[in-house]
Write a protein that binds this ligand. Structure first.
Ligand code: CMC
Length: 376
């Protein structure tokens, strides 16, 4: 009898100390702390520290951690030149994947997978990824590159490097909440990809490159760009219902809805919905929020009985738009934050490694005679 489970649904393939998910009840915790608590009271830097150390930092520990992150924002010599020789029309996810991979060539010891070395490399990558994306975005817009601001938080510095002006406190906080809510999420596809690669005792750069490749797919992190394209396609709130029902009738998926684990509301979507509403009001984007809300209502009537609710990608689209990010930066924002979770899982895998090597059930024919080429 076959044990085959398509898509490995429900299969436990790793242990983790980082996030706990109860998909039936709609609960997500990082190291036991509900995501809503962290989003309303914590910062991204604290969340990363928590995920990597299984405890919240003291003031002194957080100061030291912040100093480390801020100290690594600059790119190694030659990287900025490499970045501005890339095709301007390239999607930033392809750029990020390529440049994280390229960082390995600037590391004198890229294959070192001792835990302390991986931790330090992870910190550098987490710190440099915003610089890579902001530089690329300014380069393609024909604007001068803005160097990292060492006094600003992770979120504040990224928005500063992107826009060339210090962001408001409200924008920084909004972006920080996005970073917190995307930092880790169990054995999702990209995290699994990272763990699979590192389980061969490969290197951190290879594992993260694989994870970025996975994340950009439209069934995973790429869905947030799909949500925005859908919102742009719907001319007005009045046209939401026929648009969504038409898609469902044609058996098309609605981006930003459904989840392998959550069969109830994704708690990250709840946090981001509140944030999206506030930002939409502040930035004159209420129509976008209202369209999103109308989509949620139509989906509620049409498919909630099947356990299909908004996921993290749904309201993050409106949120990122209101923060002023261009559509193709949405998935890279997910990646920026998830580097924390991927790296944490890579460390966990290395601490107790066993090569991932599942089996495939052969379903083809047997004992087939070899036919010479001129008789086929
Ligand atoms: N719109 C319409 N129908 C849906 C949707 C959706 N977004 N999601 C699931 N369904 C239906 C699906 O058609 C199927 O119906 P039926 O049983 O009648 O054939 C049923 O629900 C089960 O769907 P599934 O695709 O087999 O479920 P899954 O667990 O394999 O897929 C998913 C999970 C996330 C891939 C899927 O819900 C989906 O494609 N959603 C849209 C893309 C998306 O928003 N992805 C982001 C996921 S959350 C963040 C992240 O991980 O990056």
């Amino acid at each position: 009898m076959s044990d085959f489970v398509k898509g490995l649904a429900g299969i436990v393939a790793a242990e983790t100390n980082m996030s706990f998910i109860d998909g039936q009840k709609g609960i997500l915790e990082y190291v036991g702390i509900p995501i809503g608590e962290l989003a309303s009271k914590g910062t991204f830097e604290e969340s990363v520290y928590l995920l990597w150390n299984q405890k919240l930092p003291t003031r002194a520990e957080l100061d030291a951690f912040n100093a480390q992150i801020r100290g690594y924002h600059d790119l190694p010599a030659g990287m900025a030149n490499r970045l501005i020789s890339l095709p301007m029309q390239a999607h930033p996810m392809h750029v990020l994947r390529t440049m994280i991979s390229a960082l390995s060539m600037h590391d004198p010891d890229p294959n070192n997978i001792e835990l302390d070395a991986v931790r330090d490399k992870a910190m550098k990558i987490l710190s440099r990824a915003p610089t890579l994306i902001a530089y690329f975005d300014r380069y393609r817009r024909g604007l001068p590159l803005i160097h990292p601001h060492k006094e600003l938080s992770f979120a504040g510095n990224f928005l500063y490097m992107l826009n060339g002006v210090a962001p408001t406190e409200a924008m920084t906080r909004a972006f920080d909440i996005c970073m917190i809510t995307h930092a880790d999420h169990g054995l999702n596809n990209s995290t699994f990809a990272a763990r699979v690669v590192i389980s061969t005792l490969s290197d951190l750069y290879s594992a993260l490159t694989a994870a970025i490749g996975s994340l950009r797919g439209p069934l995973h992190g790429g869905a947030n760009e799909g949500v925005m394209r859908m919102l742009n396609e719907i001319p007005s709130v009045d046209e939401v219902e026929p648009y969504i029902l038409g898609k469902l009738e044609r058996k098309e998926k609605i981006m930003g809805f459904g989840h392998r684990v959550y069969k109830n509301v994704d708690p990250r979507a709840t946090e981001l919905k509140t944030l999206a509403r506030q930002l939409a009001e502040d930035t004159g984007n209420m129509e976008l929020y209202e369209k999103s809300n109308a989509i949620e209502q139509v989906m509620e009537k049409a498919v909630a009985a099947k356990g299909i609710y908004p996921n993290v990608d749904f309201y993050s689209a409106t949120t990122y738009h209101c923060i002023g990010l261009s559509l193709d930066l949405f998935t890279p924002m997910f990646a920026l934050s998830r580097i924390a979770g991927w790296s944490g899982h890579i460390l966990e895998q290395l601490e107790d490694n066993r090569l991932y090597r599942p089996a495939a059930e052969y379903v083809g024919p047997h004992d087939v005679p070899y036919t010479p080429i001129d008789q086929r």
